[in-house]
Design a protein around this ligand. Structure first.
Ligand code: PGA
Length: 231
């Protein structure tokens, strides 16, 4: 049986208005993909009216409720119909100083409330890849029982390849995939400057799917990526 490829759109802090978000939702409505819009668009009418895609979020807190101004809990996401949540994205690690300890708590909380975490890992500098991936996996998954670890989707995203147009060559990415597979049996996505011209290179070398940032903001381009992957 052909393996199911998972394509995830990370809209980041885009698009800037709700009417643009509605348009983008409408453009990708028929896709079998996971769409992770900003929190404020999770309740958009469009996805509740016959959309085929699955909803994801870009982050969550580790507590279910409380005095954490500006935060969103995994329980809230679950109650909104969200199925996936990106955790430990490099932009959160860099700009919001998220540590592996915090990421570990977020993973545990997301799993507790029945969300599927998409754990992002990846090195800042090419040559550090194996060491960084190893350390992040160890610390982020610390204390999570095997049965739950299996539910986590891992996204290998070399930081230097994110949003730069400087994607990681698929043969190089394949090495990181092997290191990850030596340690876990999880689904592994590739992310970092994916576009429709190179998207199948990664699934061909064994990745289970893609985490797409910039290219997911263009419905036509994202449709191509999803269709390429699924044919
Ligand atoms: P990019 O982003 O596709 O724009 O490089 C990927 C990501 O940050 O998940």
């Amino acid at each position: 049986m052909k393996k199911k490829i998972l394509i995830v759109a990370n809209w980041k802090m885009n698009p800037p208005t709700s009417s643009e978000a509605e348009k983008l939702f409408a453009g990708v409505k028929k896709l079998d993909a996971v769409i992770c819009p900003p929190f404020c668009y999770l309740d958009a009418k469009i996805w509740s009216s016959g959309a085929k895609f699955t909803l994801g979020a870009q982050n969550c807190h580790w507590e279910e409720k409380g005095a954490y101004t500006g935060e969103i809990s995994p329980k809230m996401l679950k109650s909104m119909g969200v199925k996936y949540v990106i955790i430990g994205h490099s932009e959160r690690r860099a700009h919001f100083k998220e540590t592996d300890e915090m990421i570990n708590k977020k993973l545990k909380a997301a799993l507790k409330f029945g969300l599927i975490p998409i754990l992002c890992i990846g090195e800042k500098k090419d040559k550090d890849a194996e060491i960084v991936v190893d350390k992040q996996l160890k610390e982020d998954l610390n204390g999570i029982i095997e049965k739950d670890v299996k539910k986590i989707v891992i996204a290998y995203e070399p930081v230097w390849a994110i949003g730069t147009g400087n994607f990681c060559d698929s043969q190089k990415a394949k090495k990181a995939l092997r290191w990850i597979q030596e340690k876990t049996s999880n689904k592994v996505l590739y992310g970092g400057s994916v576009n429709s011209k190179i998207s199948t290179d990664y699934t061909k070398v064994g990745f289970d799917g893609l985490l797409v940032g910039g290219a997911s903001l263009n419905a036509e381009e994202f449709i191509k990526i999803v269709k390429n992957a699924q044919h």
